[in-house]
Each structure stands twice: as C-alpha cells, then as structure tokens.
Design a protein around this ligand. Structure first.
Ligand SMILES: Nc1ncnc2c1ncn2[C@@H]1O[C@H](COP(=O)(O)OP(=O)(O)OP(=O)(O)O)[C@@H](O)[C@H]1O
Ligand SMILES: [Mg+2]
Length: 373
C-alpha cells in the first residue's frame, strides 16, 4: 500500500480552528478517500460546518495541515479550490432562469455558450429536472430548488462536493426521497461527497463512512454498520440509535468473556476483554432485549424489572423498564405476530428482561482516539 496523500481527496492533519477562546475544531485528523460518500455527523455546534468551511476555503485553520488532492490547500482562495458547496439554503439567483443559474459558474470560467448549455442540460437531467429551463427559482418547490442547487454544483465537475445539511429545509417525506436521489447521483458521477448532517438516520443510510463528531473532535470514524454495531464510546452509542447502559465492577474476565456485577443481582455476561479498569460500562441496544412476564431466575443476562410505560410506535412496541438496580431500560419489539407476548405486559407489571451474550457492547471511553483513517 502506498502512503501517498494523493490517494485521498481531502486530508486533515491535526487541524485546530478557534473563534476567540472557543475551540470549534480540536486537533482533527481525517482522510477522505477518493470517490467516497463521507458524512460528518454530530449535534449542533460540534464543528461540522466549520470543518466544511475550511475545506471550501471560507475559513483557515489555526493549526495543522489541510490537503486537497494531495496538495497543501492552506491559503488558497475558495474559487481556486477544486471544490463546490451545496448549502441548506439553496442560494439560487432569484432573477435568473434555472438554466442560467446552472450555467453561472461555467460562464465565470469562460466556457463557451454552447458547451455551457450542453453541460447544464446534462446536469439537470442527472438531477431529474428537465423541461423547467426558463423558469425562475421561485416557481419551483423546495425539493426542485435543491436539485437546481445540486446541478449548479455538479456542472463544475469538482473533485469534492461539500454538502451542508442540504435537505434540512425539506419535509420528512421529500427528505427521504432526496436521500435516495443523492446517493444515486453520487454513485453515478463518482465525485467525492462530504456530507454534513445532525440526522443519524440520514448519515447511516447514505454514507460509505461516517465521522461522528462531538465538541470539535471526531469520536469515531467507520462504516455505518460498524458505528451502529460497535460504537467505541458512550457518546457514539447514545447518539446513534438508542442504547441502554449498565455500569459495574468486573467480577470475572477470562477466555474472551467477562462478567460485570451491576448491583442488586443484575449481572452482565459479555464477550471481549474489559480494558483494565475495574469499573466498566456496557451498552445494550433496545432491540436486543426480550421481556417476559414474571419473576425469572436471577442468572446472568436476565434481570428482574418493573414495567414503567408502554407505547405503540406503529410497527413496534416500546417499553420502559426499571431494573432491580434502578437502571432504566428502553426495549423495543417488532410486532410481527398478531399477538406478541410483549402486548400483554402493562405498566406496573413485574417482568424479566433477557439478552444474549453477544448483546452487551463494552464502552471504551478511555481509549485514545484513533488516528485519522
Ligand atoms: N464565525 C464564527 N464566529 C464565532 N464562533 C463561531 C463561528 N462559526 C462557528 N462558531 C462556533 O464554533 C462552534 C462550531 O460551529 P459549527 O457551525 O461548526 O457547528 P455545527 O456542527 O455546524 O452545528 P450546526 O449543526 O448547528 O450547524 C460553535 O460553538 C459555533 O458557535
Ligand atoms: Mg452547521
């Protein structure tokens, strides 16, 4: 394997960005592979937009190196970077036709009128918006305007397309449709997409890899599946989907398995090696827990509990349980059969929550952050 930076379209090397005393991006290293769909995911204020703006050239890092296409990008103005951005607010020119909006960047580049029109036509076809060339943006719906904004960026054929919450202004149904569209377009054009969102479902469904950010750092960078199945930190586990946590003292650790005493007869048996610490935390996904009526035996991975609430979520039933040790658990079960056992449980009932040995995930919050790639 070559170590050439040219294998990556964008590379952050220990980048820090401050606004006064506030550290918006804190020593981030990141390598974005050619042609991948990478999402920056995290709560409001974690530094997603700031990271994107540094790639676009609207902000400069205070520390560290930024490479685009293997070359140092620090100090290069936005218009000279091989990068285009699509924003949440489409920022189309209201007085120009759709076609002129899409042609605008090519005109700046002094591309001939004929070629401009041909390329804009292709881009509009790619985003499935043909026959509206002469219309003004105001005559289009939000979703259609976002397609124009996308066509306007794609027509420039950039090395990297930056998208900052591009679907944020759309209603849920249209948003879902556009997610599928965007993924298709990215597959078709093969341009590297760096996609900013705070919506975990969106990031998981579209991306090749997801960088989960919190407080200016990347907590974990991996495939959607690995992020969901093997979250490294409690923050990631909690931010991606729902997670039930138990904390306790390691009572036993041998042969790739461990037991944790979480108190009041709640014992967790899982796979793996707790990393040293005497007190550890495990997470169990709601869908990995089965609830049964009655007072089960007090064995490992089987905890006595009380049903606190019950909710119907369409195709699923959700219970909130209080375990014997006081922990609250969320449990969800698919309503596949006409009368699932969970249906008969009511608030106030005593029950037993069980899970198998593969369900508990060891949280390794104290592990050092993995480097970039
Ligand atoms: N120009 C600026 N001046 C001062 N502070 C800023 C500036 N831009 C961003 N910040 C601060 O930097 C931090 C990171 O902001 P950023 O916009 O990158 O967050 P974000 O992850 O994109 O959040 P959101 O999901 O709300 O868009 C925030 O605390 C924000 O207030
Ligand atoms: Mg933002």
């Amino acid at each position: 394997m070559s170590d050439q930076s040219i294998d990556y379209d964008v590379e952050f090397r220990a980048i820090t960005k401050r606004f006064g005393s506030l550290v918006a991006v804190n020593g981030v290293s990141l390598k974005v592979r050619k042609g991948e769909f990478l999402s920056l995911l995290g709560p409001s204020g974690c530094g997603k937009t700031t990271s994107l703006r540094m790639i676009a050239g609207f902000e400069q890092p205070d520390e560290g190196e930024l490479l685009i296409g293997g070359s140092d990008a620090v100090g290069i103005p936005p218009y000279r970077r091989d990068v285009n951005t699509v924003f949440q607010q489409y920022a189309l020119f209201p007085h120009m036709s759709i076609l002129d909006n899409v042609c605008y960047g090519l005109k700046q580049r002094k591309v001939s009128r004929r070629e401009r029109r041909a390329k804009a036509g292709e881009a509009l076809e790619l985003v499935q918006l043909t026959g509206r060339d002469s219309h003004r943006p105001a005559m289009l719906s939000g979703g259609q305007q976002q397609r124009v904004a996308l066509a306007r960026a794609l027509v420039m054929n950039p090395r990297v397309l930056l998208l900052d919450e591009p679907l944020g202004a759309l209603d849920l149904k249209l948003r879902k449709e556009m997610q599928i569209e965007l993924k298709r377009i990215q597959d078709q054009v093969g341009i590297t997409f760096i996609y900013v969102t705070h919506d975990q479902e969106e990031a998981l469904s579209m991306s090749d890899r997801v960088a989960v950010m919190s407080n200016g750092v990347i907590e974990q960078l991996d495939t959607p599946r690995a992020i969901y199945d093997h979250p490294l930190t409690a923050f990631v586990a909690d931010f991606i989907g729902d997670m039930n946590f138990l904390e306790g003292r390691v009572a036993e650790s041998a042969d790739g398995g461990y037991a944790i005493d979480a108190g009041e007869g709640v014992v967790v048996r899982g796979r793996g090696h707790p990393a040293g610490a005497a007190i550890v935390r495990v997470g169990i996904r709601p869908e990995r827990i089965v609830v049964e009526r009655g007072n089960g035996s007090g064995t490992a991975n089987s905890a006595r509990c009380e049903v606190l609430t019950k909710m119907y979520l369409g195709d699923q039933v959700q219970l909130i349980l209080r375990l014997a040790n006081g922990s609250e658990f969320v449990v969800r079960e698919q309503r596949t059969s006409a009368a699932p056992a969970i249906d008969s449980l009511e608030p106030g009932d005593t029950a037993t929550a069980r899970w198998d040995e593969a369900a508990p995930l060891l949280m390794a919050d104290l592990q050092p952050q993995k480097d970039g790639e």
